[in-house]
Design a binder for this molecule. Structure first.
Ligand SMILES: Cc1cc2nc3c(=O)[nH]c(=O)nc-3n(C[C@H](O)[C@H](O)[C@H](O)COP(=O)(O)OP(=O)(O)OC[C@H]3O[C@@H](n4cnc5c(N)ncnc54)[C@H](O)[C@@H]3O)c2cc1C
Length: 407
């Protein structure tokens, strides 16, 4: 365990955070750890905030942060609940290995942890004093008062703080306010839709050697991963027009069954076991990176509000976690209130390169995985199979080369 060095008292007295997703909840904990008081506002009910579709990878780069927060208690709770990320990789539709990696490739025992989203949200929420989290309060707009910021909510109430952080996701209203518009321009549709859910592994022909597997088909992909307690999360991506719905097709299952029929086991067996579990469908979007500046004055953004990426690397939430830590670390240096604005801009600039890299790589992996021509799929699989593992590793190694400290 790394040392949890709690820094000296910063001059920021109160931060306002909008959004109770992974980024906002992690940021609130990080602020409290560095002695910044925080009030978090979430537009959904508490129950809805603590829900979510399927599972999520919290990879080694991001999990290192939880070793530092709240005296490592978050880290311990995540490892008690989730499934460790071990050996895994990409396979052809018929189950031929294309690229496999194991935690040893970055000299670690595991590559992080996977959890069901509601369980992750619950763990993050429990790390906060409940009176710091205000649910069913939707951000409306902010006003820059020079030495502080005033935030108004849709219910007519308002509050003031030293800074405002928008952690309010893909359709961020804080970002829209920064851009002086009512609503952000629509995000970029990836051309794919995604079904997600979870299932019990009992009785299914899952290979215990792997904690995660992703099968690459023609214009679609199917993956699953261990989320702890004998449960697994699955996802299926399909190239399709935006805005499709399952209701007109008789539900998600017929679509998933038809997709799975082209795949090797255990994919058909998994899909056949899904009957009793909820299945969620979402179109997949991202946004071009903002560049070096994300906010202005005393307002900044983190996570999907600033840089939504396609999920093919499983790093969108991990970037939100990294942002949260780096922002708290940056602001703990604010010995003098006049430094606050420049520290916010330094935080944004310091994150811009890494999140842009994740954005580009996520698009590239998605394009490969979703290749939809016979020749393209053959070439893709052939190149992956022939590429030495060490060369394949270079595609991902840099993601894990992030070693946070309070410094
Ligand atoms: C299919 C899929 C699979 C993925 N898999 C992974 C993975 O394995 N690993 C990974 O790291 N990432 C993954 N991601 C990405 C990850 O889910 C996101 O990057 C992450 O949730 C972003 O966190 P956030 O806190 O920035 O935003 P969100 O999780 O979107 O949270 C934003 C919060 O703000 C609230 N909010 C919105 N507007 C307002 C308002 N006006 N006032 C108050 N509150 C508001 C919302 O209700 C929400 O609770 C995946 C994404 C998809 C679509």
């Amino acid at each position: 365990m790394q040392q949890n060095h709690i820094p000296t008292q910063p001059s920021i007295k109160k931060a306002i955070v909008i959004g109770g997703g992974i980024g906002g909840l992690t940021l609130a904990r990080a602020f409290l750890d560095v002695g910044i008081d925080v009030e978090l506002y979430e537009k959904r009910s508490l129950d809805a905030m603590l829900s979510g579709p399927g599972g999520i990878f919290i990879q080694r780069n991001a999990i290192r942060i939880y070793q530092l927060l709240w005296e490592g208690k978050l880290y311990n709770a995540l490892y008690e609940k989730g499934g460790k990320i071990g050996k895994g990789g990409f396979f052809s539709q018929k189950g031929r290995p294309l690229y496999i990696n194991a935690p040893e490739f970055i000299q670690e025992e595991n590559l992080g942890i996977c959890l069901l989203r509601p369980e992750l949200q619950q763990i993050l929420y429990q790390a906060l004093p409940p009176d710091k989290v205000h649910t069913e309060v939707a951000f409306e707009k902010f006003e820059d008062l020079g030495d502080r910021v005033r935030v108004s909510f849709q219910d007519g109430s308002s509050t003031e703080g030293d800074i405002l952080v928008g952690a309010d996701g893909l359709y961020s209203r804080v970002r829209a306010s920064l851009e002086n518009c009512e609503r952000l321009t629509p995000p970029v549709y990836s051309g794919t839709t995604c079904w997600r859910g979870y299932f019990s592994g009992a009785g299914l022909p899952l290979d215990p050697e792997y904690s995660w597997l992703e099968f690459w088909g023609k214009g679609n992909r199917f993956g699953y991963f261990d989320v702890g307690g004998g449960r697994f999360s699955f996802y299926a991506f399909q190239n399709t027009a935006m805005g499709g719905d399952d209701a007109s097709q008789g539900g998600a299952l017929p679509m998933l069954r038809s997709l799975a029929s082209n795949y090797a086991e255990p994919v058909p067996a998994i899909v056949n076991s899904l009957g009793e579990y909820p299945i969620y469908r979402d179109d997949i979007f991202d946004r071009e990176p903002l560049g070096q500046q994300w906010g202005k004055s005393r307002v900044t953004l983190i996570g999907d509000a600033a840089h939504p990426v396609q999920p093919s690397l499983g790093q969108g939430g991990c970037m939100a976690i990294e942002d949260a830590f780096e922002l708290a670390k940056q602001l703990k240096q604010a010995g003098d209130r006049t430094q606050i604005v420049s520290l916010l801009r330094e935080f944004e600039a310091s994150r811009s390169h890494r999140v842009a890299q994740v954005f580009t790589s996520s698009r590239q992996v998605s394009q490969l995985g979703q290749t939809d021509s016979t020749v393209g799929c053959f070439m893709r699989n052939w190149i992956y199979q022939l590429t030495p593992t060490w060369l394949g590793d270079l595609q991902f190694k840099w993601l894990f080369d992030y070693h946070p400290t309070w410094g």
